[in-house]
Design a protein around this ligand. Structure first.
Ligand SMILES: Cc1cc2nc3c(=O)[nH]c(=O)nc-3n(C[C@H](O)[C@H](O)[C@H](O)COP(=O)(O)OP(=O)(O)OC[C@H]3O[C@@H](n4cnc5c(N)ncnc54)[C@H](O)[C@@H]3O)c2cc1C
Length: 381
């Protein structure tokens, strides 16, 4: 019996008891996970969505993305990041988990949502009575209530026949104004989060937010390929760009440096010591010498950390990943092992997938692909 699914309260008022084993479990309720769940439910399967947002600061890139309006998100015209997160939840709530009859056989179908930060995923043998198209079941352990000092974690277990990983990634932020001794992600980055997604603040995606600063001065924080590609992309919006390497070597070829010079793009190599801001508006960056570089928008690309720590090598997970740690999938969204073969019953979608555009419309498309592939696997039995 799936312990957590029976004793935990369900969000969204799902009217029926959940099944012991879900057809599909989805980790992450951002655009990719939501679309995967909706597509699975649409094929008359039972789907569990585990979503870290309500119990942690890991609310997803869609949530943190914008306090101003998106311009390129399908159908959600002029919506902010936090409002998009609510709209996604409402979309899932419209297909609540329930029991229906197909050919006289009762079947669990629809979406069960649970607040839960997934900590561990293992493979367990399927009991005789449980069909298992992958040859085993996925057992998922999640922390299901917000962390409080002095209180132990509440860990619940869930089981599913297939798994869709849609937990995205965390952007790596530069260590500017980071408090000494901070012990949690949100604390240690509270200053930069405050600015993230504002019209006047940090941005991580030139394609997403370049339009907010047309013909204005942009500061690009980074070096090497990251800084080069943002500075190149920035040219679509403005010729006024300064690269700040934050104490690092610019790490660019002479040809690239010559191109930047020819375009009037300055490179500042001094370390950055502080934000210069007013309210939640970021206005500039103070360099070690005390000099301040003021700009209209601030773009950073310091790499990323894929949210897949729950697929640990200690539990036998050996997956094909790219140089950034993102999962490599085939055309069905199936996650590949190191031999290039799909891992049975394991799919991935959204930002956590290697080689994709990290955008919301792409996440929806990848979510649908992975969700339908997982649902199709159930046809085997
Ligand atoms: C500042 C900024 C601006 C952006 N602007 C745009 C834009 O204008 N247009 C655009 O198309 N895209 C934009 N993006 C990109 C867009 O937000 C992402 O491409 C998109 O959100 C990816 O969707 P996803 O579902 O893969 O991941 P996410 O949206 O990151 O969702 C991942 C989900 O997984 C959950 N999760 C993570 N770890 C766990 C775990 N262990 N257990 C359970 N749940 C977990 C999180 O809580 C979250 O809900 C922007 C991003 C940022 C950061």
């Amino acid at each position: 019996m799936s312990e957590g699914a029976t004793e935990g309260s369900l969000e969204g008022g799902a009217p029926a008891s959940p099944p012991d084993v879900f057809d599909v479990a989805v980790i992450g309720g951002g655009p990719a996970g939501t679309q995967a769940a909706v597509s699975v439910a649409h094929q008359m399967r039972s789907v569990l969505v585990l979503e870290a947002g309500p119990v942690s600061q890991r609310k997803g890139r869609a949530f943190w993305s914008k306090s101003v309006e998106f311009l390129d998100v399908p159908t959600f015209r002029a919506i902010t990041g936090p409002k998009l997160a609510v709209a996604l939840r409402e979309w899932m709530a419209a297909q609540p988990g329930h029991v229906t009859s197909i050919g006289g056989t009762p079947r669990h179908v629809g979406i069960w949502r649970r607040a839960g930060m997934v900590l561990r995923v293992t493979r367990v043998p399927a009991p005789e009575c449980e069909p298992a198209p992958a040859g085993f079941l996925y057992e998922i352990r999640a922390s299901t209530r917000p962390l409080k000092a002095g209180e132990p974690l509440k860990i619940e277990r869930f089981r599913a026949r297939t798994l869709v990983v849609a937990s995205g990634f965390e952007d790596i932020w530069p260590d500017i104004d980071v408090t000494e001794g901070a012990n949690r992600l949100y604390q240690s980055h509270r200053v930069v989060f405050r600015y993230a997604g504002n019209r006047k603040g940090w941005h991580v995606c030139i394609r997403c937010d370049g339009h907010l600063h047309v013909d204005k001065h942009l500061a690009v924080v980074g070096s090497g390929d990251f800084a080069w590609s943002i500075a190149r992309g920035a040219q679509d919006f403005t010729p006024e760009v300064t690269i700040l390497t934050n104490g690092a070597d610019p790490d660019m070829s002479e040809a690239r440096l010559a191109t930047l010079r020819a375009r009037g793009i300055a490179i500042e190599t001094e370390p950055i010591v502080a934000h210069v801001g007013k309210g939640t508006d970021l206005l500039g960056l103070r360099l070690a010498s005390g000099r301040e570089v003021m700009a209209d928008g601030f773009f950073v690309d310091y790499s990323l950390k894929a949210n897949r720590e729950y697929l640990s090598p200690d539990d036998g997970w050996d997956l094909k990943v790219d140089e950034e740690g993102l999962l490599v999938v085939d055309e069905d969204g199936a996650v590949l092992g190191p031999d290039g073969e799909p891992v049975p019953g394991l799919f991935a979608a959204g930002d956590i997938v290697s080689g994709q555009r990290n955008l919301i419309a792409t996440a929806f498309g990848l979510g649908q692909n992975a969700g339908l592939s997982a649902a199709d696997l159930m046809r085997e039995w």
